[in-house]
Design a protein around this ligand. Structure first.
Ligand SMILES: Cc1ncc(COP(=O)(O)O)c(C=O)c1O
Length: 361
């Protein structure tokens, strides 16, 4: 059995119980789980196809692949993707966890992950038997030729956005070494003070997608976390290889969810409405935290505020839990996060106001 790290959120049980005991109830900002309604267009699409008895296609319906290509163009200026180079995934977490293995990497291969990162990147490298290497800069990697390198902009947990120059340099560097670049873009629609850019934007790759993959998720952009809906796209050859192995392995998105994904990828109004909700909540929380003396680092995009009081993260987690507010310690995301906490924007307006009031009082 592969030795994996302990599941970080399990360690929050005690502080969570303390936050729950607050007379005004808990404000749980520890996990980025959507709380707003699933848009009506998506629920209708799901209901329409509840009576399909046969197996779904691993590659997804043609309508789904086209809807993804069109949404990538309209929403993010990504051009030149053929619909066949889109492959649905069962949410993006499974893709993060299995991609190194599905791409054929294993012992002796290095998988580069950000210094501060969504924990599943490390898990995915370990599941493949590969070596996870934390690095934010290419110079840190020296003469290594990693098998693959993960990018995540906007970042979970820091909200940092990588600029076009940074992305270009990574792509060039990786091409020189035969390294595959996989960009996890699940927060791409949530730019606040910076405009996030896909690795598949022509200004980054100059018209060549070979060696590049991007993961997209509908969990946060369309409130579809419970449906498990995402897709991978980019280099047609890599996507074809992934399709082959996923067909064999039964990694198939359920047909009703495929239909819901078409609606989610088409409904730009629902996307804009959700963005506005998060934008409002972000401003309320940011002001309340800043007024209370918290310093906000990065956080120019994405679903989280990355904040510090210049003390060990667990002390901040405790202090907030005593006020009924639950957040995640930065140490969940890497050793250099141990003086920050991550505050998610995913609570109702009422709960966000409650958190702000508690910080003010
Ligand atoms: C950076 C990052 N990637 C991937 C995921 C997985 O999202 P999902 O499986 O819901 O698509 C998350 C979830 O929070 C995330 O933060």
């Amino acid at each position: 059995m592969t030795r994996l790290p302990d599941f970080p959120w399990d360690s929050l049980a005690e502080v969570k119980a303390r936050a729950q005991a607050h007379p005004g109830g808990i404000v749980d900002l520890s996990i980025g789980t959507p709380v707003d309604p699933v848009p009506a267009s998506i629920r209708d699409a799901l209901a329409l196809v509840s009576d399909i008895p046969g197996y779904p296609a691993t590659h997804g319906t043609p309508a789904l692949r086209s809807a993804a290509v069109e949404a990538l163009g309209r929403r993010y200026g990504i051009t030149g993707i053929e619909p066949d180079a889109v492959l649905p995934t069962i949410g993006s977490k499974e893709a993060v966890a299995w991609l190194p293995r599905l791409l054929g990497f294993g012992p002796g291969d290095a998988v580069v992950i950000p210094e501060l990162a969504y924990p599943t990147y490390e898990v995915g490298a370990l599941l493949a038997g590969a070596e996870p290497v934390r690095a934010d800069g290419l110079t840190q990697l020296g003469p290594r030729r990693p098998a693959m390198i993960w990018l995540n902009s906007p970042s979970n947990p820091t909200g940092r956005v990588l600029g076009v120059e940074h992305l270009r340099k990574v792509v060039e560097w990786a091409r020189e070494r035969g390294t595959i670049v996989v960009s996890d873009e699940c927060y791409l629609s949530l730019g606040w003070e910076a405009e996030p850019l896909s690795v598949l934007h022509p200004s980054v790759h100059g018209g060549r997608t070979d060696g590049l993959l991007a993961l997209h998720s509908l969990s946060k952009s369309a409130n579809l976390a419970s449906y498990r809906a995402g897709f991978v796209t980019g280099d047609p050859k890599l996507v074809k290889d992934l399709l082959e192995v996923r067909k064999h392995a039964g990694m198939i998105v359920p047909r009703p969810v495929q239909e819901a994904m078409v609606a989610a990828l088409t409904d730009d109004e629902a996307l804009a409405a959700q963005r506005e909700r998060y934008q409002r909540r972000r401003l309320v929380l940011r002001k309340a935290l800043q007024n209370h003396g918290f310093q906000i680092s990065h956080s120019e995009a994405g679903l989280y505020l990355w904040v510090t009081r210049g003390e060990p993260a667990l002390r901040t987690v405790d202090w907030l839990a005593d006020r009924g507010i639950l957040v995640a310690p930065g140490s969940f995301y890497g050793p250099s996060g141990d003086s920050h906490v991550r505050v998610a924007l995913t609570a109702t307006d009422e709960r966000i106001e409650a958190a702000a009031d508690r910080l003010a009082g």
